[in-house]
Design a protein around this ligand. Structure first.
Ligand SMILES: [Zn+2]
Ligand SMILES: [Zn+2]
Length: 255
C-alpha cells in the first residue's frame, strides 16, 4: 500500500488517459492519492476526480505563481470547499521566487490569507516552496501555522530548514528528486529526518523519478521514491510504504 500525497491528475497531460494511469497506480500497490488543485480550473478538476474514485482525495488552494489572480471570491469559495467530504487539506500554497508572474508581496499576502483560512476551517496545509526557504519558514512561524500543521511538499531545502518545519508540526514529503544521482540535499534530509514524519509523492506530471527523468510522471512511479528512501535509510521497502501510508492517513485524517 502506497500513498501518493501530491499528484496533479487534473493536469492537461492526463486528459487522454487518466483512467489507465489510475489503474496502473493501483496495480503497483498505490492505495491512496491526493490530487492537488492550485487555481480555479485545477481545483474543479481535483474535485471531479476525488468524487469519482473512492480512494482519491483532493487538496484545494492557490499556487504562489498565480497568487496575483486570486480574488476575495476565490477565498470564500475555498472556505466553502473546506467542508467538502473529499477535501483533506488546503494547498498547495506558499512562495515561489523562481517564476516572477506574481510579485513577492502579493505571494506573501495570498499565502498568509490561506493560512488564516486553514486555521479557521481546521485543515492541514500543503506548502510549495521554491527558492524562498527563509521567507516560507518566517511566515509559517509568524502565522502560527503549527496549529494546523501539514506538509512541506517536494522538499528541497536544507536539513536545518527541515528541522524547523518538523518543530512546527509539518511532515516532509519527497518526490522524484530524491532519486536523482546529483540531488544531494533531499537525500541528506531524507536520511536524517525520522520516518514517522516522512511522506512520499510524485507531483506528477512533473519531476518524474529516475529512470524516467524528463518524461511524464504518474502515481505508479511513487514506488521508485519509496525504494530510494528505503535505500537511504537502510530499511526495507515494506517498512517505508507502511510507515509513509500511516503518516499520510494521520496528516489528512483519513481512516
Ligand atoms: Zn508545488
Ligand atoms: Zn504540485
Amino acid at each position: 500500500m502506497l500513498f501518493d500525497t501530491h499528484a496533479h491528475l487534473n493536469a492537461d497531460q492526463f486528459e487522454e488517459d487518466v483512467e489507465e494511469v489510475i489503474k496502473r497506480a493501483q496495480k503497483q500497490g498505490v492505495s491512496n492519492i491526493v490530487v492537488v488543485g492550485f487555481d480555479e480550473r485545477t481545483i474543479k478538476g481535483a474535485l471531479e476526480i476525488a468524487e469519482k474514485y473512492e480512494f482519491i482525495y483532493a487538496a484545494v488552494g492557490w499556487h504562489p505563481v498565480d497568487a496575483i489572480d486570486m480574488t476575495d471570491d476565490h477565498l470564500i469559495w475555498l472556505e466553502e470547499l473546506a467542508s467538502h467530504p473529499k477535501v483533506v487539506a488546503l494547498g498547495e500554497m506558499g512562495l515561489d521566487y523562481y517564476w516572477d508572474k506574481s510579485p513577492k508581496e502579493v505571494q506573501k499576502e495570498v499565502f498568509r490569507k490561506q493560512i488564516h483560512l486553514a486555521k479557521k476551517v481546521r485543515l492541514p496545509i500543503i506548502i510549495h516552496n521554491r527558492d524562498a526557504h527563509e521567507d516560507v519558514v518566517k511566515i509559517l512561524k509568524e502565522e502560527n501555522a503549527n496549529e494546523v500543521g501539514g506538509i512541506m511538499h517536494c522538499f528541497g531545502s536544507s536539513l536545518e530548514i527541515a528541522k524547523q518545519c518538523l518543530d512546527m508540526n509539518f511532515y516532509i514529503s519527497f518526490g522524484g528528486p530524491v532519486t536523482f544521482k546529483n540531488a544531494k540535499r533531499p537525500k541528506e534530509v531524507a536520511k536524517e529526518i525520522p520516518l514517522e514524519r516522512l511522506l512520499i509523492e510524485t507531483d506528477c506530471p512533473y519531476l518524474a523519478p529516475h529512470p524516467f527523468r524528463g518524461k511524464r510522471n504518474e502515481p505508479s512511479y511513487v514506488t521508485l521514491v519509496a525504494e530510494a528512501i528505503a535505500e537511504l535509510k537502510e530499511i526495507t521497502y515494506e517498512e517505508v510504504i507502511e510507515k509513509t501510508t500511516e503518516n499520510a492517513k494521520r496528516v489528512f485524517s483519513i481512516k
